[in-house]
Write a protein that binds this ligand. Structure first.
Ligand code: GLA
Length: 386
């Protein structure tokens, strides 16, 4: 069934390009727990949410790629046989990156018109980039007549972001955007890519609170954290050669060497090692409906991101504190890479609207900033809409 959204997008596409498109959708995500663990071969537990990016596409007779959007600036035109080798610094980089990786993998892309409609808030840490990559990948693949299993789509999108866009992200965002399931959190082992769907207990909503800030150091600090983790791996591998990633470091090994490595590196490693265990524990607690335990684990995760991994910020801390004690609150923390963006809260359905109002008031009083608060549920991953 078509929603108003798709009909509007199809109409706009026909007006712009004169042909009828196919339309693909991929969602953004929130991460319930397991932060900065994906690129350490660890565990994550995100959920796809109701904000999606839509890509309408139809073939062109030439070898050109035209990329348009109503809400993002610039109309772009590229020659498929001479695609840029790396990012050009515009939003279309995510589409170009995917096209370029598809070509490298031997997919025969033909000319195409693309119209992008993005509904995932930008810069809020809700993975608008993964949503654009995944929807573009499905759209471009549809014209080649081949289909790829969704886990492979996720991996090629991550590769596009790593090598073309130049952001060294892990696999979490693309994977859950492809594979998310309505009503479920998505527990993923980022080493084996095995996953388990964990039902979100009935009567709970995801309340996502946007601090409306994004501090400039986000990208630089992300890459620095990755390097610090790599330094940690090199150190621990000297003491235990079976260590290939921080995933392999036990609490015992971590604690034995607290004084042997720079304290900053040890703090980063300590966050990752314990966050992996918290994620395993949270998956179990959520399955059992033990919300008191989930709340405790989410709070510990936030504190660790604040004190050990040092990727929180004043606004995120205020938003997390503001949730404490509100009726219906069952756990919350910062979500995503950090330095701004959103917190995620599990809130009882009957309290969700009141919670949204009251947390917004508390945050506004403390910071002078008007936040956006989204009442979300876990939704299905990417799909073709027609
Ligand atoms: C960003 C990245 C993810 C992950 C998170 C932190 O969202 O895209 O791969 O590393 O940060 O958990």
């Amino acid at each position: 069934m078509q929603t108003t959204n798709e009909i509007d997008l199809a109409v706009l596409f026909e007006k712009t390009f004169g042909t009828h498109p196919r339309i693909f959708r991929a969602p953004g995500r929130v991460n319930l727990i397991g932060e900065h663990t994906d690129y350490n071969d660890g565990f994550v537990m995100p959920a796809a949410v109701g904000f999606s990016t839509y890509v309408a596409i139809a073939a062109r007779p030439d070898r050109k790629l035209h990329i348009h959007s109503e809400e993002f600036p610039g109309n772009f035109e590229f020659d498929l046989d001479h695609l840029p080798e790396k990012r050009i610094g515009a939003w279309c980089d995510y589409v170009l990156g995917v096209a370029s990786i598809l070509r490298q993998q031997g997919h025969k892309l033909g000319g195409a018109n693309l119209l992008v409609h993005g509904k995932v808030p930008i810069g809020a840490g809700l993975s608008s980039s993964a949503a654009l990559e995944v929807s573009s990948a499905l759209a471009l693949l549809s014209l080649t007549g081949t289909s790829l299993p969704l886990p492979e789509v996720a991996q090629l999108c991550r590769q596009a972001e790593n090598t073309f866009v130049g952001a060294r992200v892990g696999i979490m965002d693309q994977f859950v955007s492809c594979m998310g399931k309505a009503g479920h959190a998505f527990f993923l082992d980022c080493r084996s890519l095995e996953f388990k769907l964990v039902p979100i207990p009935a009567g709970l909503e995801l309340v996502v609170c946007n601090t409306m800030v994004k501090h400039d150091l986000a990208t630089g600090a992300y890459n620095t954290r990755r390097e610090e983790c790599e330094e940690g791996v090199r150190a621990f591998a000297r003491w235990d050669p079976s260590v290939r990633a921080l995933r392999d470091v036990s609490v015992d090994l971590l604690d034995r060497h607290e004084k042997d490595i720079p304290f900053t590196i040890w703090k980063r490693c300590s966050h990752v090692v314990h966050e992996n265990q918290r994620t395993l524990d949270a998956a179990r607690a959520l399955t059992e409906g033990n919300m008191a335990r989930v709340e405790q684990l989410m709070r510990e995760s936030h504190n660790s991101l604040r004190d050990l991994y040092e990727v929180s910020c004043r606004e995120l801390d205020i938003m997390v504190e503001a949730a404490e004690g509100l009726p219906g609150f069952c756990g919350g923390r910062m979500t995503g890479g950090g330095f701004g963006g959103c917190t995620v809260n599990l809130v009882r359905e009957e309290n969700a609207e009141d919670f949204a109002k009251r947390i917004a008031e508390r945050y506004r009083e403390a910071t002078g900033i008007h936040p956006q608060v989204y009442l979300c549920s876990a939704e299905d991953g990417a799909q073709a809409l027609n």
